[in-house]
Design a protein around this ligand. Structure first.
Ligand code: ARG
Ligand code: ZN
Length: 477
């Protein structure tokens, strides 16, 4: 099959050719190109305009020995405008063939943008199916803050993980890679015998193929932002169970980390139930965790239904980290940010959940924690001496600061300030209401401040001005 790529033609030549084709047939041009990004304040090229994805069907073969992936992605989307072409985000890998609605489509690639030109323009409102055949060795990407995401070999050299916050998912599948476009997923991965694959949602089948490989089919029935998709390949020890209310648990743990992680992982079901009691019903049909060999990643990630950890979960630190990533299931995963500037809605809430958990399990109260940050008292919290006041949480200076202490700790302090103003009853009603009213959707900082005022009936302008947007270091209220 010859590549249907336009990439060898210069852009003006392509434009002229397309204009000429339209002119020749005398047909009215219905579509126009979809935008190449959704103009996120920090990642302007992330995501694409003109359509929204309903479902991703990813199917790939992965060989841990060579790092090679051979994949097909089927993306079902709805056109939001007439489209003569549309973009997907994809970094690296080789695109072999693209079809739209079953017909061969032309495509070209510029940087991380894959532009697809269907044989026939898509009409506004049309639901269309795009199939992308691609292959290659997926690579890690370096974040603006220097950390690694994308497709990362595990530290034991015998497996890999796909992680995507904020823009790493384009390293392993083409998509509309911005949190504002959430979709359901089916992820099917075939690996050599002896390997396990852990991903998001429900394990709908595990099949021994005739060629001696094993295929794992994972299904995510609830919408997911693409940065929360994950695939982990390794020789994991798998344990399953159920929480008290019956939510199935699936844990995949690197054997070397298993013994040390057992005690903390044993508390996962209790943490999920605790979250349901505090924040409202757990938003997904399954839960669990993926524990990778130590040194694989420099962070943990709240991948949907099944957060990823690097190295054993041990002691109080491991317990807090697990609680943090599970709290994200409500805040970040179910209620997702509208843009990467809204990251404090993820991290401030997840950090506040740590404070609440501690408050109810023999640790300092959230108020004591708040005070410790104001005082820089590291006896209460070792993060208290961090530069949490360096910038306002709702306005990080740039893409490389979205995972900095002001987003986490000061974000949590914003919530404690609200609690101080409105009292416990209204505060917890606000937290539950926020999770319920934006369940499986997206929200911005402006949505939150408006919602908080309406829900509590309090004027919280001063809290927003000083704690959320203020550039000065806030003082004790
Ligand atoms: N969201 C992750 C957490 O639970 C942290 C991700 C860090 N990523 C990064 N690029 N710095 O806090
Ligand atoms: Zn977090």
């Amino acid at each position: 099959m010859y590549p249907r790529s336009l990439s060898r033609l210069a852009a003006p030549a392509v434009a002229a050719l397309l204009a000429l084709t339209a002119g020749c047939t005398g047909s009215t041009v219905q579509g126009r190109p979809g935008a190449s990004g959704v103009r996120d304040p920090f990642f302007p090229k992330a995501g694409n305009g003109g359509y929204q994805v309903d479902h991703y069907d990813l199917d790939f073969d992965y060989d841990p020995a060579t790092g090679k992936m051979d994949a097909t992605a089927v993306i079902t989307a709805r056109a939001e405008q007439g489209l003569s072409s549309f973009n997907l985000d994809l970094s690296g890998l080789e695109v072999e063939e693209v079809t739209v609605q079953g017909a061969g489509a032309r495509f070209n690639r510029t940087g991380k943008e894959l532009t697809v030109r269907p044989a026939k323009d898509l009409k506004r409102g049309e639901v269309f199916r795009t199939e992308i055949d691609y292959a290659g060795v997926p690579k890690p990407l370096t974040d603006p803050d220097g950390s690694q995401e994308g497709w990362i070999p595990t530290a034991d050299g015998d497996g890999a993980v796909g992680v995507g916050e904020p823009v790493g998912s384009m390293a392993w599948f083409p998509g509309n890679h911005h949190p504002s476009d959430k979709a359901t997923y089916d992820i099917r991965v075939t690996v050599p015998k002896g390997y396990e694959v852990a991903s998001n949602g429900e394990l709908s089948s595990r099949t021994e193929e005739a060629d001696g490989r094993t295929a794992f089919a994972w299904h995510s029935p609830e919408p997911m932002a693409s940065y929360l998709a994950t695939v982990a390949v390794g020789k994991f020890a798998v344990t399953t169970g159920k929480t008290a209310s019956g939510i199935p648990v699936h844990n995949a743990v690197a054997p070397k980390e298993a013994a040390a992680s057992a005690a903390v992982l044993a508390r996962l079901p209790e943490m999920v139930e605790w979250g349901s009691a505090r924040f409202g019903p757990y938003p997904f049909s399954t839960t669990g965790a993926i524990v990778l060999p130590e040194g694989t990643l420099g962070y943990a990630l709240e991948t949907q239904t099944r957060p990823v950890f690097s190295g054993a979960l041990t002691g109080a630190r491991g317990e807090t980290l697990l609680l943090h990533e599970l709290a994200h299931q409500w805040f970040g995963d179910s209620v997702s940010p509208k843009s990467w500037k809204d990251m404090w809605l993820n991290e401030g809430f997840a950090t506040y959940a740590e404070w609440l958990w501690a408050e109810e399990h023999g640790g300092p109260s959230a108020q004591e924690r708040f005070q410790a940050f104001l005082d820089g008292d590291t006896d209460v919290d070792d993060e208290a001496a961090s530069d949490w006041a360096a910038f306002p949480p709702a306005s990080p200076p740039g893409a490389k600061e979205i995972s900095e202490p002001p987003v986490y700790a000061r974000g949590a302090m914003v919530l404690q300030r609200i609690r101080q103003e409105v009292g416990d009853e209204k505060f917890f009603a606000l937290v539950r209401g926020w999770a319920a009213d934006h369940r499986h959707a997206n929200a911005s900082t402006a949505d939150f401040t408006a919602y908080a005022q309406e829900k509590t009936g309090h004027d919280l302008k001063k809290v927003w001005d000083v704690w959320l947007y203020g550039t000065e270091r806030p003082k004790a209220p």
